[in-house]
Design a protein around this ligand. Structure first.
Ligand code: ATP
Length: 135
């Protein structure tokens, strides 16, 4: 079994979609290992998105992810990293397939509701960053 770090971004909290999105992960059979509502500052955003800080799209992304509370969670299950990315759908909500979280619920490339670690190595780094005390 494998763990992955998921964020329900501030648009998910603002739009009242936390239950809907969490329900999809639970219904799939993934287990909830940790969960916290948290508002992050620019420094935490930069650490989370270390690989994107130099990109053109990053400054507005940082503003967005620090704009209000988000829900950070750790999910566990067989091939959890890939399974979560499948449920999330393509990055751009306008292009994501129907049936995915972004495809069903987002019409935006930036405000795309969810984050999921992109590899087991990223998951390990991100889980340590967000939940340093998790066994
Ligand atoms: P995530 O890492 O959040 O699961 P992802 O792996 O699908 O999403 P990345 O390429 O890692 O996408 O980009 C990280 C986040 O940056 C995206 O989820 C989105 O919010 C934002 N983003 C990416 N590309 C763009 C873009 N061209 N314009 C605006 N925002 C973008």
């Amino acid at each position: 079994s494998q763990r992955t770090l998921v964020l329900l971004k501030p648009d998910a909290v603002r739009r009242g979609l936390v239950g809907e999105i969490l329900g999809r992960f639970e219904a799939k059979g993934l287990s909830l290992v940790a969960m916290e509502l948290r508002t992050i500052d620019a420094e935490q955003a930069d650490q989370h998105y270390a690989e994107h800080v130099e990109r053109d799209f990053y400054p507005p992304l940082r503003t967005f992810v620090t704009s209000g509370p988000l829900v950070a969670l750790v999910l566990e299950g067989d091939e959890a990293v890939e399974v979560v990315r499948g449920l999330n759908g393509a990055t751009d909500g306008r292009k994501a397939a129907p049936g995915t979280i972004r495809g069903d619920l987002s019409l935006s490339n930036r405000e795309n509701l969810v984050h999921g670690s992109d590899s087991p190595e990223s998951a390990e780094r991100e889980i340590k960053l967000w939940f340093p005390d998790l066994p």
